[in-house]
Design a protein around this ligand. Sequence first.
Ligand SMILES: Cc1cc2nc3c(=O)[nH]c(=O)nc-3n(C[C@H](O)[C@H](O)[C@H](O)COP(=O)(O)OP(=O)(O)OC[C@H]3O[C@@H](n4cnc5c(N)ncnc54)[C@H](O)[C@@H]3O)c2cc1C
Length: 431
Amino acid sequence: MPVRDPEVSIEKIDTLVVGAGQAGVTMSEHLSNNGIPHLVLERDRIAERWRTGRWDSLVANGPAWHDRFPGMEFSDIDPDAFASKDRVADYFVDYAKRIDAPIRCGVEVKSVERNVGGPGFRVETSEGLIEAVNVVAATGAFQHPVIPPVVPRNAPFTQIHSFDYRNPGQLPEGAVMVVGAGSSGAQIAEELMSSGRRVYLSVGPHDRPPRAYRGRDYCWWLGVLGKWDVAAMEPGKEHVTIAVSGANGGHTVDFRRFAAQGITLVGRTQKYEDGVLSFAPDLADNIAQGDAYYLSMLQEADAYAVRNCMDLPEEPEAHVIDPDPDCVTNPILELDLVEAGVASIIWATGYSRDYSWLKVDAFDEQGAPKHQRGVSFEPGIYFLGLPWQSRRGSTFIWGVWHDAKHVADHIATQHRYRQYRSPAERETEDA
Ligand SMILES: Cc1cc2nc3c(=O)[nH]c(=O)nc-3n(C[C@H](O)[C@H](O)[C@H](O)COP(=O)(O)OP(=O)(O)OC[C@H]3O[C@@H](n4cnc5c(N)ncnc54)[C@H](O)[C@@H]3O)c2cc1C
């Protein structure tokens, strides 16, 4: 447990973990397993983002057997069902209790600086100073909702980020423009459409795996095909999002079906002028590339089943792609939002990092952490929950668990080096 220096009232700890989302919780588990004294500081509550930073109907994108840490199952959910966001938050609270994680909630880390004239770091928190030998930034990749500067804030529409979307009832009457068709945008557009709203959905480059194929969920397929473990993003795919949904029991995100159900698809949102939103002429391409990814996964899955002599039920209908809907063959390139009755715009356009509190030399010119599998180039500083930290699965629940283990092992190894004493030092100490 932390030690307080009575003279200067500075608490001292070996390793300080900042953030108690899934990353901070599992970091604590692995540090404990390595016998490293540590403290986790969380400015809100454990798994706050799952609790209050998501829309009401959100469920985990992966089934309960998959979207969890290896050491604990969801106790009260069918393993093939999708846990609600609150159930996921409860899971992390339960997990923290089970591992007896030393988490202090309601304490914000304001700044971390390297100690001058001594080892370690000086950490300023909302509740005083702490000195730590190591600091793990477990604040995740989803810090600030990003709304691209396309439509002025004073334009006559309600504009919110998907982070602030809760349910259809929160929006003013009228049509909704959803920008971004990753998992968030696709799920929100579908929910709005089901609630009777007229919906426009701006679709950029995306991958859309089948929800399930031949009786196995896509999480299983990505696992056995080694795709969660891919170490780096394919060049050119930096802006490709993944569109999956666990909503209503889970189904494949199929933008052709969306169109058939009444959602108007448009290409990537480009600019806004005099009430008119313009879209890139890339909708057909984006849909075709999403289909190509989908079909390639089916083929890889079939090949895997053959290779492993698996007798899985055939599913030929999954290979049938419907014809392009009218909104794809004759895409809208410009939309007068008022004329179209659009009252709200939801920006499902992702998040940015924020390490402004971490005042150390651990970042490149773009402000991205310089690290190897979470071990920073600045000794004693560690990162967790980064996209592609070690593999594709790194930001996900099961992926961060493995990254935390690697980071904790590194901290423990360094700890052992520091504890080493030469024979001469041992002799002096024993004397
Ligand atoms: C809409 C959405 C749906 C997702 N669905 C899934 C899913 O189904 N399955 C899956 O595996 N992954 C999913 N993810 C990805 C990922 O699992 C979540 O984003 C998860 O919340 C990331 O956990 P984290 O611990 O890295 O970061 P966060 O959950 O963001 O936790 C970071 C914590 O740090 C705290 N913090 C930040 N700054 C400070 C500070 N200065 N001092 C103290 N505390 C601080 C925050 O309050 C927060 O609690 C989803 C992501 C999003 C955005």
